[in-house]
Design a binder for this molecule. Sequence first.
Ligand code: 6PG
Length: 240
Amino acid sequence: MTLKINDTKEQVAKEFSEYFRELSSGDQTIHVALSGGSTPKTVFDYLAAHYGNEIDWSRIKFYWGDERCVAPTDDESNYKMTVDHLLSKIEMPSFNIFRVLGENDPKGEAERYSQVLDTELPKENDIPQFDLVMLGMGEDGHTVSIFPDSISLWDAEENCVVATHPDSGQKRVTITGKIVNNAKAVAFLVTGANKAEKVREILKKEHDFASYPAHLVQPSHGELIWFLDQDAARDIDPVS
Ligand code: 6PG
């Protein structure tokens, strides 16, 4: 596990973008699961602005680690956020974009997207394998859309399941732990002082760390990198 700590979230975006450009500099197609929420906005803006013309987007296929069950035009949609901050600014073939159809029935879409992963991704251990899974972490320690109150979804047999946001009741389609932990690389992007307590508890295995889904991100063979800003990392001593 690697910690990459930068002073500001813009510098986190810069470091992650450099990492992403390196990852995508080969001649193979790479399959990437994107994270949602608000943290990726700064990252996607930076990536588009500084590497939009440098990266051959035709060799990258985008998927989502989770999606809200809303229309793709809804401000809650992770797809819409990605269009606004990245896809609208780069030349990526539409057939490289595998959107979760948030407007569909959640259960049926989780089944359909599970099939998409089975069909589109190479397999490792007979499980679909991403080259990179980008993750965020909520203040409650959730990741993708697996929340502490339904942490057992992490161990589901399926590639994707339906989850429910504990406060809003919003339905989500999310990939599960078997997919996340089978990836060649997993990158957490976590910024802001409001995440510092959970970052410390998870990285130092303190307090209720075992009850946080983000703690269960332990790729079996792949690399795990935490991209943090100083605010999110303020309670950890990176040299310890
Ligand atoms: C989502 C995300 C979710 C997100 C965390 C952090 O759909 O909301 O996938 O897991 O990464 O909630 O969100 P912020 O980046 O907005 O803090």
